[in-house]
Design a protein around this ligand. Structure first.
Ligand code: GLU
Length: 555
């Protein structure tokens, strides 16, 4: 007569360690009361999702604001779905957002005393736990073939009953330890399943830090805990890891909430205290009037790389993620404009339960605000970092004269209401083109934004020629504008816009029209930052040369 202990020894003849040994190897962390241990546990299956960045940011902040620990664990037990190198990439992406783990899997190395932090290297640890579960009758080998499992599912679907391997349908649940021993000895292929004692009709009370107290059906599934590649499933692996790594708060996507009863029962079976759980709502999007989750397949902004490649400042995105994390964040920000994000305390009760609507316009707005308030040197460095990877031409242009570029960036900066020209680094190239002589000279005269409906070429040339007789290198904007007014009067335009509006017939136009002709001549554009500031950056001689060039070109 063979016992479950015999079955356990038969399956794991070389495992001599016990859970007790593991408890000694990974002692309880010595942290202050209230310090949270959180983790980001990505599967290396692709790019960093915007939703994952959001969840990770929350994990990170909850750990940091409680003087706890934030670590990274690589959940690479699904080797079929693994994309090689994506684990390292995820770590680099997080680093970019200043999310620096205290310990864990860090790509090229591991830091910390609770490793290995890569699940594929923890097989031995899982096996110790599974061996004990089998020995105490809470796990068993299941010999079902894939065909049998498919047939079970089909039958359940046909009869409209809940699908899964449970209760009456769990073919090997009732198999005696004696028979199980025999089948394993004969070499019949198997996987290991958990033996649930639950009943689906029972309700259990669970607590979610965001959703509060919930009532869910008790688990009755005999889930697979060890697959035929000898690796555990997520359900079991995360449990073992979170226990031995001392996680006190598991924050993860809400798609895991339905599995919570499985995890609760597994923790009970192991005799371990479950951590706190918080299931983060997915970020939503409006699509033809319907709310749906942002999707990797349909929405480019679902990948963090979208923001990076397009040159959105990471600070704008993070600021945005704070606004959707806590409903009181914006109010706090309005009252604390100069404070760091770290000074804001994130709380569970202010996290939306329904999932925030993704708002690209808001990200753009916040990015503009952020970029407008940077000093020119910092902004220049950030643009260079971006251009170095994504726009070599822009990089070269900036490096050809860094001081000059900084002068451009300094236009209408460092003032109470700075100019908000750039939403992202990639806007800079287009917005600053005309500052560069060679680019300016290549602009087709027909694309200059003159108001040809109101003013013909002869008139424009006349205005510009008159202006050149008065234009000089002055130092104050007031002085410069007085000259513009003087010229306005000389060419039969009105130097007062209100006056002009009352008596349009008496004039050819007003002072704004004259300034506009000068602006367009110098930049080719009708909308630009402060024109006097532009002239100061490109220089008086260059401005004069450009006006002359336009007079010639309009002939
Ligand atoms: N590897 C799981 C995932 O990527 C982690 C879930 C968790 O944080 O527990 O969804």
């Amino acid at each position: 007569m063979k016992t479950w202990n015999d079955v356990a020894n038969l399956i794991f003849p070389n495992i001599n360690e016990t859970i007790e040994d593991l408890n000694k190897r990974f002692p309880k962390r010595n942290l202050k009361e209230g310090a949270l241990v959180t983790r980001f546990a990505p599967s290396p299956t692709g790019f960093l999702h915007t939703g994952s960045l959001f969840t990770t940011l929350l994990c990170y902040r909850f750990a940091k604001q409680s003087n706890g620990i934030f670590y990274i664990r690589l959940e690479d037990t699904d080797q079929k779905r693994e994309i090689s190198g994506s684990g390292d990439l995820l770590i680099k992406e997080l680093e970019r957002f200043n999310i620096i783990p205290d310990e864990g899997y860090l790509g090229d190395k591991e830091v910390g005393n609770y490793g290995p932090y890569k699940q594929s290297e923890r097989g031995h640890i899982y096996d110790i736990c599974i061996k004990e579960l089998i020995a105490k009758g809470r796990a068993y080998p299941c010999f079902c073939t894939q065909e049998e499992l498919d047939a079970l599912r089909e039958e359940q679907e046909r009869n409209k009953i809940r699908t899964g391997y449970y209760g009456f349908f769990a073919k090997y649940k009732q198999t005696s330890s004696d028979d199980a021993y025999k089948l394993v000895s004969e070499g019949k292929p198997y996987i290991i399943r958990f033996r649930s004692n639950g009943s689906f009709l029972n309700k259990i009370k669970v607590h979610d830090e965001i959703r509060g107290d919930l009532e869910l059906s008790e688990n009755d599934l005999d889930i697979v805990i060890r697959k035929n590649d000898n690796l555990p499933t997520y359900h079991f692996a995360h449990l073992v890891d979170d226990h031995f790594m001392g996680t006190s708060l598991v924050m993860r996507g809400e798609e895991w909430l339905p599995s919570l009863p499985i995890h609760i029962e597994l923790f009970e079976a192991m005799g371990w205290e479950a951590p706190k759980y918080a299931h983060i709502p997915a970020i939503m999007k409006m699509d033809n009037g319907n709310r749906r989750k942002i999707s990797k397949r349909k929405d480019p902004e679902a990948a963090v790389s979208y923001f990076i490649e397009n040159g959105y400042p990471k600070e704008g995105l993070i600021e945005y993620l704070f606004t959707i994390a806590n409903s009181n964040f914006e109010e706090w920000r309005n009252e604390n404009k100069d404070k760091n994000l770290e000074d804001f305390t994130i709380t569970f009760d202010k996290i939306s339960k329904d999932g925030a609507l993704f708002d690209m316009e808001k990200i753009k707005f916040l990015s503009k605000e952020y970029l407008a308030r940077l000093d020119a040197s910092t902004l220049e460095n950030q643009i260079l970092d971006w251009a170095n990877v994504f726009n070599k031409e822009l990089e070269e242009r900036i490096l050809s004269d860094k001081e000059y570029f900084k002068n451009i960036l300094n236009i209408e900066r460092n003032i109470e209401k700075p100019r908000k020209d750039y939403e992202k680094y990639s806007d800079v190239k287009e917005a600053t083109r005309y500052f560069y002589k060679d680019i300016y000279d290549g602009i087709d005269i027909n694309s200059y934004q003159f108001d040809h409906e109101r003013f013909d070429n002869n008139l424009i040339r006349d205005v510009l020629s008159t202006y050149l007789t008065k234009f000089s290198d002055v130092n104050s904007e007031e002085e410069w504008f007085n000259t513009v007014k003087e010229v306005t009067n000389m060419v039969g335009f009105c130097d007062n816009v209100k006056e002009y509006k009352k008596n349009k017939e008496a004039y050819k136009g007003h002072v704004g029209d004259i300034a506009s002709m000068i602006r367009i001549s110098i930049t080719s554009k009708s909308q630009t930052p402060n024109l006097f500031a532009i002239i100061k950056v490109i220089g008086f001689d260059e401005a004069k040369r450009r006006i002359n060039h336009v007079i010639e070109a309009l002939k």
